[in-house]
Design a protein around this ligand. Sequence first.
Ligand SMILES: [Zn+2]
Ligand SMILES: [Zn+2]
Length: 344
Amino acid sequence: MKALAKMKPAPGLELIETDIPQPGPNDLLVKVQAAAICGTDAHIYAWDAWSQSRIKPPLIVGHELGGEVVAVGKMVGGFKKGDFISAESHIPCGYCYQCRNDQQHICGNLKILGVDTPGCFAEYAVIPVVCAWKNDKSMSPEIAAVQEPLGNAVYTTLCEDVSGLNVVVFGCGPAGLFATGVANAAGAGQIIHVVKHEFRSAISKKMGSTKLIKYDDPKLVDKIKEATNGVGADVILEMTGNPGAINQGIEVLRKGGRFTAFGLTADTEIKINLNALVFKGCRIICINGRQMFRTWYQMAGLLNSGRLNPAPVITHKFKLEEFQKAFETMKAKDRKSAKILLIP
Ligand SMILES: [Zn+2]
Ligand SMILES: [Zn+2]
């Protein structure tokens, strides 16, 4: 089969020809119909400090997919040949403290598909059955492939109620665009989206934002205060990891509001105004992954209702062989793309 792999400890990926993997007793073998490129894959492609410390070549990368089950392991129940699935990328051990306390998504021995185990940028992928999610057959492979990152947005946005509340989303990458759509589907009041790139502003409107503010607008804080009658935002969804955005989020959060941290900072140590958070008596909720499988059920409900449509965020599709073009499009300075798919 064809696959996209990190073959040596250096930047880039290679298109390789390799054997179709065999599923273990608790695995599914899946024919990948669509895969999506994540920020994580871009880090691995660039071979940054994080990937150098985590990735052990040779490794097939990719963790966001939709595909058809073509073989099931001996011990597998609940799935059969012909099922149409997506995958939760967090592979739990099943026996640690978190796994045994309803927190498999932050398992103490967590492995990630396409990071610690062979991934899905390939014609076939092995998916542990504990990570498999059965889709309705009416769903397109494209939508199926983006459910993993969409799930991040569902968990971030809906870890507490947003209905009727004023929500500010920081970041116009796929995570921020998806979060805007989820807030809209869940009946948020105003959805103020702080954006950087023109191309993505148009997608934000389609996802349901009610007000757009440029990230470098000197009146950003005033505009959000004004839009919320001087009270500030009920909910901050921080999807950038940018220290400037994080501190603006803290500033515009109302007293007693919710600050939700999803974006990862480039430097692990940054300066934040902790006193402001303490005096505001706010709640800080940190999001890693998706709750297994509560988030997935919630996401299915929103998708089935027709109120959540992630399609506008999917801007490009490339064949697996065109992966270089795909990564270049993703990294282009003007960011005239959002979610990019690879089709094996
Ligand atoms: Zn991802
Ligand atoms: Zn565990």
